[in-house]
Design a protein around this ligand. Structure first.
Ligand SMILES: NC(=O)c1ccc[n+]([C@@H]2O[C@H](COP(=O)([O-])OP(=O)(O)OC[C@H]3O[C@@H](n4cnc5c(N)ncnc54)[C@H](OP(=O)(O)O)[C@@H]3O)[C@@H](O)[C@H]2O)c1
Length: 354
């Protein structure tokens, strides 16, 4: 009996060690691939820029595409808008700061005088503002082929939105959920009428993997008792992936010609990171500066998923460094995603009726 127990223990130990070795090798491979910018299956990698991943698509793109890019007033969103405009896509910039949006428009037009840019006001942390934006956009009666849910907020301290929800979750997740909901029929109609597949991209983050199941309670995320800024940001980014997964399933069930995927852009020193002031953060970024992506590398995965022909028909997936990638087990949990979708829809519809 003692011998048998010993054999079982040794067997379990060998399996454990083997698993650790495999995991280490996989991580090492991933890290080396990232650092060296080695191309993955798509032919692109961590060092590919947004211009590079859309270069081939530019000649094969259907004419008159329209894209809404949220958070295009700075960072990854501004670069995404610039590159899509360069490829001939009409860009709608929803912005809370119209002066910043006008500046982005001017920059794009300087490089590309024919670019069509429409600016409309939005505050993604406010349901009323999102509704107003959608009414204004729909009244323009232009098609909608691409929706890039890119805007992002990292609220350092506990703040509440106009609708009384925690600010990071309200902006990054609830706002984009409502925006997508109000524009979805327009996207489906455009795809049906033009025969061109609609594409939605949710910009998430690798940090989603930090969230454990017992820290993913809908009510706690709306109104947390104990606030932790990083956790709130990670929860909102996990919700972005689950939203993409659940909606992808629903779109497939409806046979709608619209895809939705989530992406991790990579670590880029943009406004969202610059807000983290302090000696430790600054030193860490100084040391890690060689590991960071440029803004154009940061916009590449979004642009790849939004325009490249290799992602046609691909839906409900997660991408990093311009390749399909693995997200956390929780992000892949279909029943959790469905539960989150049901709670969110009920909340939003209750608020909108009120
Ligand atoms: N940078 C990174 O390392 C990194 C890593 C992983 C994921 N991401 C994700 O990438 C996306 C883009 O972030 P970024 O790094 O480019 O950050 P950024 O430079 O700070 O840009 C954030 C954008 O979101 C907009 N925004 C924030 N709150 C808004 C609101 N209530 N209504 C409307 N727009 C709002 C900002 O508008 P204003 O100009 O008005 O502030 C800005 O245009 C985010 O979803 C972020 O979570 C970034």
């Amino acid at each position: 009996m003692l011998k048998l127990t010993l054999y079982i223990c040794i067997y379990v130990l060998i399996i454990l060690v083997w698993k650790i070795v495999i995991r280490f090798k996989q991580n090492m491979k991933g890290t080396m691939r990232y650092l060296a910018g080695i191309a993955g299956q798509s032919g692109y990698g961590s060092k590919s820029t947004a211009e590079q991943v859309t270069q081939d698509s530019s000649s094969s793109l259907p004419p008159h595409l329209t894209a809404i890019v949220t958070g295009a007033t700075s960072g990854i969103g501004a670069e995404t808008a610039r590159v899509l405009a360069k490829r001939g896509v009409r860009i709608v910039i929803p912005a809370r700061d119209l002066r910043k949006a006008a500046q982005v428009k001017e920059n794009i037009r300087r490089e590309n005088p024919k670019a069509e840019i429409v600016i409309l006001e939005i505050d993604l942390s406010s349901f009323a503002s999102i509704r107003k934006f959608c009414t204004e956009f729909l009244s323009l009666e232009i098609p909608l082929n691409i929706l890039i849910n890119n805007a992002g907020k990292f609220s350092q301290k506990l703040e509440f939105s106009e609708d009384k929800f925690e600010m990071t979750f309200a902006t990054n997740y609830l706002g984009h959920f409502l925006l997508t909901e109000l524009l979805l029929e327009k996207m489906i109609d455009t795809a049906t009428q033009t025969g061109v597949q609609g594409r939605i991209v949710n910009v998430s983050s690798v940090i989603h993997g930090w969230v454990k199941k017992d820290h993913f309670s809908f009510n706690q995320m709306l109104q947390p008792k104990y606030y932790n800024a990083t956790r709130a940001y990670a929860q909102s980014k996990l919700a972005n992936i689950m939203h993409a997964n659940e909606l992808a399933r629903q779109l497939k069930a409806r046979d709608a010609n619209v895809t939705i995927n989530a992406v991790h852009p990579g670590i880029v020193k943009t406004g969202i990171i610059r807000d983290h002031k302090g000696v430790i953060t600054d030193s860490l970024f100084f040391v890690a500066s060689k590991l960071l992506k440029s803004t154009s590398q940061g916009a590449s995965t979004t642009c790849y998923v939004a325009l490249n022909s290799k992602t046609t028909g691909v839906s409900g997936r997660y991408f990093a460094d311009c390749n399909e990638s693995r997200c956390s087990a929780l992000a892949n949990d279909d029943s959790e995603a469905h539960k989150l979708w049901k709670h969110t829809r009920a909340l939003i519809h209750k608020r909108l009726r009120a």
